[in-house]
Ligand binder design. Sequence first.
Ligand SMILES: NC(=O)c1ccc[n+]([C@@H]2O[C@H](COP(=O)([O-])OP(=O)(O)OC[C@H]3O[C@@H](n4cnc5c(N)ncnc54)[C@H](OP(=O)(O)O)[C@@H]3O)[C@@H](O)[C@H]2O)c1
Length: 249
Amino acid sequence: MALVTGAGSGIGRAVARALAEAGWTLALAGRRAEALAETSRLMGLTRPDSPAVLTVPTDVTRPEQVDALFAAVRDRFGRLDVLFNNAGTFGKAGPLEELGHEDWRAVVDVNLTGAFLCAQAAFRVMKDQDPQGGRIINNGSISAHAPRPHSIAYTATKHAVTGLTKSLSLDGRPYRIACGQIDIGNAATEMTGRMQSGILQANGQMASEPVMDAADVARTVVHMAELPLEANVQFATVLATNMPYIGRG
Ligand SMILES: NC(=O)c1ccc[n+]([C@@H]2O[C@H](COP(=O)([O-])OP(=O)(O)OC[C@H]3O[C@@H](n4cnc5c(N)ncnc54)[C@H](OP(=O)(O)O)[C@@H]3O)[C@@H](O)[C@H]2O)c1
């Protein structure tokens, strides 16, 4: 069974639907209960005989809520095979000299601390369960490789997610815990609404950028999730084909 965080919208919702279609039993987490319920309803439309779904409203920045989420998963399903560690936020965009301490903290709390807390809780379950092992798939970003202007908190935390992925991979080896990362560029979601309407480029100009369907990202996550534990996609980059990234722009 698989747990998806940030499952109430965007990529998390698309991945939940794709995993359900592939026959996975799912738990969905995110702060908004009604958004999780809508994802669950959409999964039922995709696949009317959709396997069991557990929705657990959770703020991933709160350790006690993360503990409660993983306890609920263990109680209901007895094990956890895959965590899609997806909850994230872009935060406030703007010149870094104007970024407030609280703005910085808000992004670090979700993208780094929240991802760590969920990965740690998954690691504990996967290490203890019988048969032992499982897979953690972290959601990085193109910003784990290259920044957009005015995105220091997002860029720093997404680079840090790469560190989480590498440490989890290494520390997971003795326990059959695999960890991989998907780095996405411009999937059409709430977070990337500005990519189409016009977003600041490195040369100072505003430009709209190509986007792709989140469902095409989801197909890659399903592939990563379904590999046997002896094989791992360590890093996958899935981006809108013509977005500015390759070729220094
Ligand atoms: N779209 C892209 O092109 C793109 C590119 C690179 C990386 N990503 C990454 O993909 C992930 C999903 O982004 P998205 O594009 O699908 O945007 P989105 O629709 O805004 O999704 C973000 C999700 O994270 C959840 N979330 C935020 N803060 C949370 C918290 N404190 N606790 C629990 N859940 C929280 C939100 O649900 P609630 O508000 O209900 O909590 C929401 O469902 C993020 O990690 C993002 O960095 C996306």
